[in-house]
Write a protein that binds this ligand. Structure first.
Ligand SMILES: [Zn+2]
Length: 264
């Protein structure tokens, strides 16, 4: 079995503030340590279920958060950014059996995490076919393009609840709940224990996590800054719909993501 693990930091146990997510900030160390531990716990669950190959994607900001000296021997780790539309699932392809998302967070337009956003801090929201899109949703579609189901998700409570509606078979673990600018987290060791257990359980019903990919993506973006909307409207296929908003139609998730690379 070959498993892909994409790891963000805003949905890691305890993480509450942007300063904790920035490489080089003295507050980053604890967050990055816990991110590493939750990644290893996911690997252990996958290995217990027979995974022989794992690719870990460090998928937050610098993409140099996870302590790469701690990964298991059967794993590889992707650090830094490929600058390709696949973004947080770069390197995933049809040879993988399942994908796991660790440390994911509520998207722009949701209040489930003090650090809620989607792909960039520049938007109020991104909608796909009328629904608010989180990074979980976008990267689930990118994985689905290769026929790879996302079987397990950990992160904040609101994201986990919305993920269950999007992917009925997925196992989720809410390691914390966002309340305004605060978070209430479970014990960090318990998070790791429950991630390992959840991944083990999830890998028993991989095919139940397959999702339907829409045949077209009607995209609507509301920016926080009106100058962004104006600039984006000059990208081929993108139309300004109001002082702060644009729309475009993509034929598939690749076209959706490639456009995003230039207009966020
Ligand atoms: Zn992040």
């Amino acid at each position: 079995m070959k498993v892909y693990i994409s790891v963000d930091i805003e949905g890691i146990t305890g993480v509450t503030s942007w300063t904790e997510t920035e490489l080089g900030n003295h507050e980053h160390r604890l967050a990055a340590d816990q991110m590493t531990k939750e990644t290893i716990a996911a690997c252990e669950g996958a290995i217990a279920m027979g995974a022989k190959e794992i690719l870990i994607k460090d998928a937050h900001d610098s993409a140099r958060n996870i302590d790469f000296t701690k990964i298991p021997k059967c794993a590889k780790i992707s650090r830094g950014w490929t600058n390709t539309p696949e973004s947080m699932v770069a390197g995933l392809d049809e040879t993988f059996d399942a994908a796991i998302f660790i440390g994911y967070h509520s998207g722009a337009g949701f209040a489930g995490n003090p650090l809620s956003h989607t792909m960039s801090l520049s938007t109020n929201y991104i909608k796909i076919n009328g629904e608010l899109a989180s990074e979980f949703v976008i990267h689930s579609y990118l994985a689905a393009k290769y026929g790879v189901p996302v079987v397990f998700l950990s992160g904040d409570k609101e994201l986990c609840e919305s993920a269950k509606k999007f992917n009925k078979g997925i196992e989720t673990l809410a390691v914390k709940e966002g309340v305004g600018g605060a978070t209430i987290s479970i014990n960090p060791e318990l998070s790791c224990h429950l991630i390992k257990e959840g991944v083990t359980k999830a890998l028993k019903h991989v095919s139940a996590c397959k999702i339907q990919v829409p045949d077209r993506f009607e995209v609507e973006i509301s920016y926080k800054d009106h100058t962004k909307a104006k600039k984006a409207s000059y990208f081929p296929g993108v139309t300004q719909t109001g002082p702060y908003s644009v729309k475009y139609t993509a034929k598939d998730i690749d076209e959706f993501s490639a456009t995003m690379m230039f207009i966020l």
